[in-house]
Design a protein around this ligand. Structure first.
Ligand SMILES: *Cc1c(COP(=O)(O)O)cnc(C)c1O
Length: 214
């Protein structure tokens, strides 16, 4: 099996795949496009802008820390900003999306791993106040959450973080409704099988797909 076939079989019937294409060439991206993939993820505004001449039915996911001064340029091309981590960003996304008559899908990014203290993302305690505050911005729609697993080889620790994320996801669904809160984005090359086992319905995978191993 190729790595792609492995990923597709692990997530089958459970999760959507976002192919993370940072630092990949257009030809590498098109190889996945030709296999039927349409959801691709980038984490730098400029690198995304360099790739937006690829087919228009690509649903670009923005997955990196987004500076407010880059929002205006990328909003026309992005399907979902998975890394919404501040109200200042929500406000700017709302403003720039309104100019285009667009409602930008967003995922609130949470930082739930205890290690990796300098990582971006909202704290769990901010969840309800943050989502309530986002209601003031009608041109964004918060449709779920994005979480990164901790950098550790300890699979029990990784599973515990993802379990906490799923718990938070369920609490948000209960409060805001499952029609609104419908995406739980977690799992990367190193930990996506754990994430899917813990309830992820969207995984973001780069390295494993582009680097076929021995
Ligand atoms: C790079 C990146 C990924 C993919 O990581 P891989 O280890 O290459 O699969 C997923 N999510 C985010 C936010 C990333 O920056």
């Amino acid at each position: 099996m190729t790595h792609y076939e492995t990923v597709r079989s692990v997530i089958a019937g459970k999760a959507q795949l976002c192919v993370v294409t940072k630092k990949r060439t257009k030809a590498e991206i098109m190889a996945y496009y030709d296999r039927g993939e349409r959801m691709f993820g980038e984490n730098h505004a400029q690198e995304l802008l360099d790739k937006v001449d690829l087919p228009a039915d690509i649903r670009w996911q923005f997955i990196g820390h987004l500076q407010t001064n880059k929002v205006r340029q990328i909003v026309p091309y992005v399907d979902c900003v998975q890394s919404l981590d501040s109200l200042a960003l929500a406000k700017e996304l709302d403003k720039q999306s309104r100019r285009l008559n667009k409602v930008m899908k967003c995922l609130a990014e949470f930082h739930l791993a205890e290690e990796d203290a300098n990582k971006t993302g909202l704290a769990r305690a901010d969840a309800f106040p943050f989502l309530d505050a986002c209601k003031a911005y009608p041109n964004i729609e918060v449709c779920g959450i994005m979480v990164m697993g901790p950098h550790t080889a300890d699979t029990a620790k990784i599973a515990a973080v993802f379990r906490g994320a799923h718990q938070l996801y369920l609490e948000l669904q209960k409060h805001y409704g499952a029609a609104q809160i419908r995406i739980l984005s977690m799992g990367m090359s190193a930990d996506y099988p754990i994430a899917v086992a813990e309830g992820a319905n969207l995984v973001r995978i780069g390295t494993y797909l582009f680097e076929e191993g021995e």
